[in-house]
Design a protein around this ligand. Structure first.
Ligand SMILES: Nc1ncnc2c1ncn2[C@@H]1O[C@H](COP(=O)(O)OP(=O)(O)OP(=O)(O)O)[C@@H](O)[C@H]1O
Ligand SMILES: [Mg+2]
Length: 456
């Protein structure tokens, strides 16, 4: 059985070893006892072998105190990429055990692949930046919006903006209340952005989107090996991640009752205990909770803890639905149309007068989000230069009158009946042409359709 020494001797011209060295910045071979068998010239100058000293046959530690080669020989395990300091220079090294066909370790070879990591610093910085960005996008929802991104100058919107600005200055818990799509998340981000915590993280977590079994570890984190789930390594909870910043608890009404008790403790003590850690850690977070539901009612039905409700309800901010700030529509639609056209590279489109009218007659259950969706749809459906009412939605979706629940229903019925008769008459006079009939009546085509359909 040949030893590594004999193998190297067989390769008397060192063809193989020279080839290996030419592929890297230096290479070294040791035998099964850690004695140096071979060393490339580059390696010699890298480790500064004194003039006249022959390293061959010497223990590798003598010349290189930090070497790991004897360990590789002992364990028989390679270390593919490692960092090692040689003469104050950080190097990237790889170490491989050499085995004979019987799998006996004969020695090891070490390669230096890079001997000047400082020149790689820009690359490392770029990597760190990219990784931070990736992590940010993955776990933290960075605060993308400022309060200025909130469009609209209806009185209700202006009041909301003023309220938000004041709330941003206070460090109290906030409860954002509003129907779906009214801009609760936008507002939460805007408030964080305007608050003294703006330099800290904005961490959002949606209670409605998490299975109950995951809520605890997501929020509070878990110690390594705390549970036999997918995350044995342990994880940092979102509350901890928000340390120094703002924690946005979206759809708070969906929070399981047991978690509500734990959250209450965080609010009271400003401490978190990761699952299975038995350790309390101080956290400094500002909590903004949001819900579209009636929390008070959930308290009554026992689905939401009363004590937590009062803790959260310190400073409630009610976001009015879009139908109560219709004056925002022109600004909102202009802003969104520009945005949609920029993103989708669709031709520039404007809203026809009837389309605008349709918007003001619609009830907007999905609020501002729905407005955006309908405008997107309108941009795709439009056939001419303008978006027409029918591109936004059907006529019977729009409402003719908001006071449906008033005591004047009888009167309204009479009026609607009279209108219907008059419209039918006009349509007959215009030979069935509804557009012409609308014109004759001095109303838009959309409202003519609305009036006809609401009569049905
Ligand atoms: N005042 C506003 N100006 C411009 N865009 C807005 C405004 N309010 C909301 N939006 C936009 O409308 C969409 C819905 O807003 P957001 O997600 O904040 O609503 P939400 O109240 O959190 O809804 P949900 O209850 O469904 O989660 C987002 O795209 C947001 O950017
Ligand atoms: Mg939301």
């Amino acid at each position: 059985m040949l030893s590594l020494r004999q193998l190297i001797q067989q390769d008397s011209n060192h063809n193989l070893l020279d080839l290996l060295s030419s592929l890297c910045q230096g290479s070294i071979a040791v035998d099964e006892q850690g004695l140096i068998l071979w060393m490339s010239d580059a390696y010699r100058s890298l480790i500064n072998v004194p003039e006249g000293l022959d390293p061959i046959g010497r223990p590798v530690e003598e010349l290189l105190p930090t070497t790991q080669l004897p360990r590789v020989v002992q364990s028989g395990k390679p270390s593919f990429v490692d960092l090692m300091q040689i003469n104050n220079r950080w190097c990237v090294v790889t170490r491989l055990p050499i085995r004979n066909p019987e799998n006996v370790v004969l020695g090891a070879i070490g390669f230096v692949f890079y001997d000047d990591l400082d020149s790689l610093q820009p690359l490392f910085d770029k990597f760190a930046r990219l990784r931070r960005k990736f992590e940010d996008e993955k776990i933290l929802r960075p605060s993308r919006y400022a309060l200025d991104d909130m469009i609209g100058s209806a009185p209700a919107t202006e009041q909301l903006r003023r309220q938000a600005l004041r709330a941003a200055q206070l460090d109290t818990t906030l409860l954002l209340l509003g129907e779906t799509g009214t801009g609760k998340e936008l507002l939460a981000q805007g408030i964080h952005h305007a608050s003294p915590r703006r330099a800290g993280p904005f961490v959002g977590i949606n209670m409605g989107a998490l299975p109950e079994s995951l809520v605890e570890s997501e929020l509070f984190g878990s110690a390594p090996g705390a549970y036999t789930g997918a995350n044995r390594a342990g994880r940092v909870g979102k509350i901890q991640l928000a340390d120094g910043g703002t924690l946005f608890l979206d759809e708070i009404a969906e929070m399981p009752l047991t978690m509500q008790a734990k959250l209450l403790r965080v609010l009271q003590e400003r401490e978190v205990e990761a699952l299975g850690s038995n350790q309390l850690q101080k956290v400094d977070v500002r909590i903004i909770a949001a819900t579209a539901k009636d929390l008070k009612q959930l308290v009554q039905t026992g689905e939401f803890r009363e004590d937590l409700y009062y803790r959260l309800n310190v400073l409630p901010i009610q976001i009015p639905p879009l139908r109560e700030r219709l004056a925002d529509l022109p600004e909102l639609t202009e802003f969104m149309l520009t945005q949609i056209q920029r993103q989708s590279q669709l031709p520039e489109l404007s809203l026809s007068a009837t389309a605008m009218e349709w918007l003001t007659h619609y009830r907007w259950p999905g609020n501002i989000r729905e407005l955006r969706n309908r405008l997107e749809r309108g941009c795709v459906m439009a056939e001419g230069q303008q978006i027409e009412a029918l591109d936004l939605g059907s006529d019977d979706e729009a409402i003719t009158d908001a006071d449906t629940d008033s005591a004047g229903t009888d009167l309204k019925h009479v009026r609607m009946e009279a209108e219907y008769q008059r419209i039918q008459q006009a349509i007959t006079q215009c030979n069935g042409n509804k557009t012409a009939a609308a014109k004759r009546l001095g109303i838009s085509r959309a409202s003519l359709y609305q009036k006809l359909s609401s009569h049905r």
